[in-house]
Design a protein around this ligand. Structure first.
Ligand SMILES: [Zn+2]
Length: 236
């Protein structure tokens, strides 16, 4: 389920992205990073904010996101400096998550969520907004659909201005690892082995981006100019 704070009315700008770089950048109108050393893992929701529930399994999104974030930390810690936005069942405001991300330079942010919608929808979905986040988003979506085959469909890549895709000044993506509202997918997500498969897929995409930059991810999307996303923006 997406955190609140989405926005519409995107405006296209002229100009091409500049060369790949790591470090902070307000707009992210540049190629994706390569050789970064720090991964910030954001387990969505937490504490008073449970996120999406699964009616069929009783699972709560906030617990699944924390489980996958911790699995990812274990998987990535030998190669990267890994920072968890939260490591227990606490509530952290979205703007605070952005502020914490912006204290890091040579880093990417991966926010982990699980989806909710009409019962027939299923499969992973990856959100990005900044040009420098497109390559990582594409790698994540590709890895999830190729490495964790199940009765799922590919919901694809979505470019959307969210507080966690627009406001951090580092490359940032939001992964929806499947639909808790879909009975079959919720059953899969209740299995530790399946969550480990999602973890390995996400880790492999991050490793590929660190090793290759945007190589093999196709043309960059056009730069978009829009103000930071705010809590008062339309909720989804
Ligand atoms: Zn969510």
């Amino acid at each position: 389920m997406l955190p609140e704070g989405t926005g519409e009315g995107l405006e296209r700008t002229e100009g091409r992205p500049v060369v790949a770089a790591v470090g902070r950048d307000y707009w992210g109108h540049r190629a994706g990073p390569r050789g970064f050393k720090t991964i910030i893992l954001d387990a969505g929701h937490g504490g008073k904010d449970s996120g999406a529930p699964s009616k069929s399994t009783g699972l709560l999104e906030k617990n699944l996101t924390l489980d996958v974030a911790k699995r990812l930390r274990t998987e990535l810690a030998k190669d990267f400096h890994v920072i968890l936005m939260r490591s227990d069942d606490t509530f952290v405001e979205l703007d605070e998550r952005v502020a914490r991300a912006n204290r890091q330079g040579d880093a990417v942010l991966v926010s982990i969520h699980f989806n909710s919608g009409p019962g027939y929808l299923r499969g992973p979905e990856t959100y990005f907004w900044r040009v420098d986040s497109h390559g990582l988003a594409l790698r994540l979506q590709r890895a999830l659909t190729q490495m964790c085959p199940g009765p799922m469909t590919n919901r694809g890549l979505v470019r959307r201005r969210l507080r966690l895709t627009r406001n951090p000044e580092i490359p940032c993506v939001l992964v929806e690892g499947g639909y808790l509202s879909n009975t079959a997918e919720a059953r899969l997500l209740s299995k530790p082995a399946y969550r480990q498969c999602l973890t390995i897929a996400i880790a492999s995409a991050i490793r590929s981006q660190a090793a290759l930059g945007d190589s093999g991810t196709g043309p960059l999307p056009p730069p978009l100019t829009a103000p930071p996303s705010r809590a008062s923006d339309r909720r989804e």
